[in-house]
Design a protein around this ligand. Sequence first.
Ligand SMILES: Nc1ncnc2c1ncn2[C@@H]1O[C@H](COP(=O)(O)OP(=O)(O)OP(=O)(O)O)[C@@H](O)[C@H]1O
Length: 304
Amino acid sequence: MIEVTDARKRYGTVDALDGVSLSVRSGASLGLVGTNGAGKTTLFRLLVGHETPDAGSVRVAGVDPTDGTRVRERVGYLPEDAGFQPALTGEEVLGYYADMRGVEAPRVETLLSVVGLPGAGDRPVGGYSNGMNRRLGLAVALLGDPDVLLLDEPTAGLDPAGVDAFNRVVERVRDERAVTVVLSTHVLSEVEALCDRVAVLDDGTLRTVGTVDEVTRSAGDEVTVTARYEDSEAVAAATEAVREALADPDVSAGERTLELAVESVAVTDALGAVVETDPESVSVDEPDLEAAVREAVAPGGERR
Ligand SMILES: Nc1ncnc2c1ncn2[C@@H]1O[C@H](COP(=O)(O)OP(=O)(O)OP(=O)(O)O)[C@@H](O)[C@H]1O
């Protein structure tokens, strides 16, 4: 459905995309994450045909995105900075974009209900909350029932309830319409909730791409058990006890804490040994997507 092959885009001296290859099959959902300035918006602009690559190729739904109408009909795009004339009502906004994109006039009330804005169509959008505006942007992207939905940081700046409302709509649309979704975000829990694959873009280069599970596991298999004690003497005694209980443990002692790094298969034994030392509290940190993305962007902890 989406096929990007060795795409390059340079602005002046900046390689916004430095040879990116990526494919997203029909009906799949891809989370695009990365640092600020990584090239996410540039990639969206190529996918939607607002820019052409300097080299490489981009195909969306089997066509070249710069191929005007054909792509506009099949691709819905919510840009990062989408904003609407405040004096227009929700209905007028939808009508305006339907005309502009040359798609059939929508059943406005149905579309507004889909995005959780029933009854708001006759109100000026200047009076909408941030979250309502984003969901109206999603309704605009859904005009013409596209096969592909491109969402560039759609929940940036929304409060938790707004994020939740937006993502519930995306989830429903994805499941009910079998639409292919590419979503860029800095919020990794959104990727875990909404996407089956994740791509990490950094400095114009794709550092890693895979299923959310594959990428999460790429951070390594290490679990950290942290135990807290009332004083340094208790920490020293616990460290000693853990060293006796486990074979060659990777243990480090702080002022009031003990940290034990183990492979995930050994976590039950490690926890057992730590609990025996009667700590005030114990916590377990497992590898997660955030750690994997950090590692992909800066292997070994060094920022490029
Ligand atoms: N029109 C442009 N003219 C000059 N430089 C640009 C232009 N568009 C993007 N860039 C540069 O290209 C790089 C990639 O920008 P892009 O907006 O694609 O990143 P991004 O991943 O979307 O970042 P953010 O998360 O901050 O939105 C940045 O260094 C940016 O400054």
